[in-house]
Design a protein around this ligand. Structure first.
Ligand SMILES: [Zn+2]
Length: 443
């Protein structure tokens, strides 16, 4: 064999096919590639980077709550027929709808299973059925029915930004009327945790109190802090001095309603303080970065690009950021934020709002841009007393794995990557990339 020929043989085995050029359409082999990839992708134990596991009547599933009568996009409604498939797959549900008498069967079945699988065994069994090795529990507090080894806690950090009289904040609209009192409640719980009965008189002591909560939560198993601040105020953060924030604190610590300008100045400082502490204490910072529930959710004031000045600020280079929900529907822009070494994207919620055909496009763009910076999550959440986090987990996992297999199959068929390379990317997205962020604390 002549050296030149040998070289071409080697290149031919490395490249997706003998043709070295990528092409703009998948070939007729795309379905076969999909059929080969999917079962292998289903065998990869997943790390769910963002979820709200728990029972429907558990108020600690989130630090906020859905406002009553909020519009829900089509696929996220509890009459989505895909949920019948979820109940069938998880519990052997024998019916084709959720009529009241049929729903009772499911409720009874779950009650019986919870009896057989007491304590943490029930939710562990759900993870086992879905091949999820572990799942983040982004919750106000952890319950005793979730196994902390498989459900690492991500706690909420927003409430430190709302310590003053919130009359104006609460009155802005009916959504804030639900959200802000729950932030007050969360702050009060952190104060109780640290045996603090009233706001510290000095700003320095208030900052010390915040740090103590972060440190204690880390000791209690917290692996990251989460912000859902986009629900409560615009996500443009100015860069006030400590003296400016201290002035506002001194002015309102013992009463009085802050002007919007004063409140934002104070909050902007606290947000940046928390981000900095997240770097120092090795607590990655998770930020809700997509559209959200509630009819008053303001997309233009909370769009992910508002955070660019914080994410690309070299002062926060040691803080790991995870952009929860990948900036949806600005997921194409969002992936470019992952150019920063310390910024990662999570795909949760996008796979529940979008059907797999659309989710495939999202994942393909991401996989073709920064495939080593994207992580899988479900954003599972109980729908109601009958359809729980279990069915939501199922829909999230099923949607993500099929969309992933489809995106990768197209990339293989279009000569962008090899099949072996596709499986490497699948492992990274479903498990490895996220797990590495927590320095041995999760698996
Ligand atoms: Zn969530």
């Amino acid at each position: 064999m002549k050296p030149r020929l040998l070289l071409s043989v080697i290149i031919a085995t490395m490249l997706p096919s003998a043709a070295a050029q990528s092409r703009p359409f998948p070939g007729p082999d795309v379905q076969q590639i999909y059929q080969r990839l999917l079962p292998q992708i289903e065998k990869i134990p997943a790390f769910d980077h963002h979820a709200h596991p728990g029972y429907a009547d558990d108020p600690d599933i989130d630090a906020m709550a859905a406002p009553p009568n909020a519009s829900a996009p089509f696929r996220t409604r509890d009459d989505n027929p895909e949920l019948v498939a979820a109940a069938k797959s998880l519990f052997g549900y024998p019916y084709k709808d959720f009529s009241p008498e049929h729903s009772k069967w499911l409720l009874d079945q779950k009650t019986e299973l919870k009896k057989q699988l007491a304590g943490p065994a029930y939710f562990n069994s759900i993870l086992d059925k879905l091949n999820i090795e572990s799942s983040v529990a982004n919750r106000a507090m952890m319950p005793d029915y979730l196994d902390p080894k498989r459900f690492p806690w991500v706690f909420f950090a927003d409430s430190f930004m709302w310590p003053f009289n919130n009359e104006h904040e609460t009155a802005r609209n009916s959504d804030e009327g639900v959200f802000i009192p729950l932030q007050e409640k969360m702050l009060h719980r952190w104060m109780q945790q640290e045996s603090v009965t009233k706001l510290p008189a000095s700003f320095a002591d208030y900052l010390k109190f915040i740090t103590t909560v972060l440190e204690d939560n880390s000791k209690r198993g917290g692996i990251a802090m989460k912000f859902e601040v986009a629900y409560f105020r615009p996500t443009t953060f100015s860069d006030p001095t400590r003296a400016q924030a201290e002035d506002v604190y001194a002015h309102y610590v013992s009463g009085g309603v802050p002007s919007e300008r004063d409140y934002r100045t104070f909050q902007d400082y606290i947000f940046r303080y928390l981000v900095q502490e997240g770097g120092r204490l090795h607590l990655p910072v998770h930020i809700h970065s997509a559209v959200g529930i509630g009819d008053y959710f303001n997309l233009s004031q909370s769009n992910i690009m508002n955070l660019e000045s914080v994410l690309r600020d070299p002062r926060y280079a040691s803080t790991t950021f995870v952009m929860i929900h990948g900036g949806y529907p600005l997921d194409r822009e969002a992936i470019w934020l992952a150019a920063m070494k310390n910024v990662y994207l999570d795909s949760s919620e996008m796979e529940l709002i979008q059907y797999p055909a659309a989710m495939k496009e999202t994942l393909k763009t991401w996989l073709e841009t920064f495939p080593d910076k994207i992580t899988f999550g479900t954003d599972c959440f109980p729908y109601n007393q009958i359809l729980g986090a279990e069915e939501s987990y199922w829909l999230g996992v099923h949607s993500s794995r099929t969309a992933l297999a489809a995106a990768l199959a197209e990339m293989v068929s279009e000569n962008e990557i090899t099949e072996a390379g596709a499986l490497d990317l699948a492992h990274a997205y479903l498990h490895d990339t996220a797990v590495k962020l927590y320095e041995g604390r999760v698996h």
